[in-house]
Write a protein that binds this ligand. Structure first.
Ligand SMILES: Nc1nc2c(ncn2[C@@H]2O[C@H](COP(=O)(O)OP(=O)(O)O)[C@@H](O)[C@H]2O)c(=O)[nH]1
Ligand SMILES: [Mg+2]
Length: 276
């Protein structure tokens, strides 16, 4: 789905068209993987990603000093003969949540000249097989979202009716209703951004953490006039390790969406940051 171009966004969309010229032979692609206790997944995920055989492909693992030793495993991978120079690890001293991990990751990716930045969970809920489709859609869009709630998308069959309903309500009704954004999966974390979108975003503008972090980023991207496209994904639950979702996180998230609306509703494409 390509978002409807409202009058105020039309001009910005035109401007973006030239900025994201992908005529360069092979843009530097960087996948950011935030990790906290992913020792059972990380090595397998790294090899699955490199098996995609994408040109000029790099990884940035952002580990918050996982007690299970994920950071050390990531470091070994980065130092190995096979991945040296292609895998970077950002070690952070303590667990600060997904939002700050991504903000640090975005900044590092910009510093190391990534052109196309992909973010995904490190637990196989975001399946590497969709990355070629994200890259394909990046030819004509600024931001591409892996979406559970567009036609063809789906969530784990094992989700009970209550969990399904809650996620559907949050993504299809509540969030777009409050924020007035035509995005069907605003809480999803499988995303691609062109470099210029992360520059324009100015990661320091983003204050939320957890699920609402994803909502805040996409709201600001929309307000800044970037072209957003959703592609359908299937979202299986993690097989290994434990999820960090809880009912109190969900309840807090609903309130935080209102906060985000008040914080950013006045933004416009003129407020894109120009330089990193
Ligand atoms: N660096 C970092 N990564 C985190 C943190 N919390 C979660 N993650 C990672 O973020 C991703 C999503 O977390 P997950 O627990 O799977 O969330 P859920 O699928 O929504 O339950 C996974 O790759 C986690 O390892 C954190 O505080 N710091
Ligand atoms: Mg997960």
């Amino acid at each position: 789905m390509i978002l409807t171009e409202t009058a105020s966004h039309g001009e910005a969309l035109e401007r973006t068209r030239g900025e994201n010229d992908m005529s360069t032979e092979s843009p530097k692609v960087m996948v950011i993987l935030p990790t906290y206790n992913e020792r059972e997944n990380i090595a397998e995920l790294v090899s699955a990603l490199f098996r995609l055989d994408i040109r000029n492909f790099h990884l940035l693992i952002v580990d918050d000093n996982s007690p299970d030793g994920t950071g050390e495993i990531a470091e070994q991978i980065a130092q190995s003969q096979r991945y040296r120079g292609k895998v970077n690890v950002l070690h952070r001293p303590q667990k600060q949540g997904l939002g700050p991990a991504y903000i640090a990751g975005y900044k590092r990716a910009l510093e190391i000249e990534a052109q196309l930045i992909i973010q995904m969970d490190a637990d196989f809920s975001h399946q590497p097989k969709y990355i070629p489709q994200l890259l394909e859609q990046a030819r004509t869009n600024d931001v591409v979202l892996g979406s559970r709630y567009v036609a063809g998308g789906s969530v784990d069959e094992r989700w009970g009716p209550i969990r399904k309903l809650l996620s559907w309500w949050a993504n299809r009704l509540y969030t777009p209703g409050i924020l007035r954004i035509p995005v069907r999966d605003a809480t999803g974390g499988f995303r691609l951004f062109h470099r210029n979108c992360l520059i324009g975003l100015d990661p320091d503008r983003i204050k939320a953490n957890g699920y609402v972090f994803q909502v805040e980023v996409i709201y600001v991207m929309y307000k800044l006039g970037y072209r957003i496209k959703e592609i359908p994904i299937h979202f299986p639950d993690r097989e290994r390790g434990v999820s960090k979702m809880s009912p109190s996180i969900a309840a807090e998230a609903a309130l935080r969406v209102l906060q985000i609306m008040f914080r950013h509703r006045g933004l416009s494409p003129a407020q894109r940051r120009q330089t990193p």
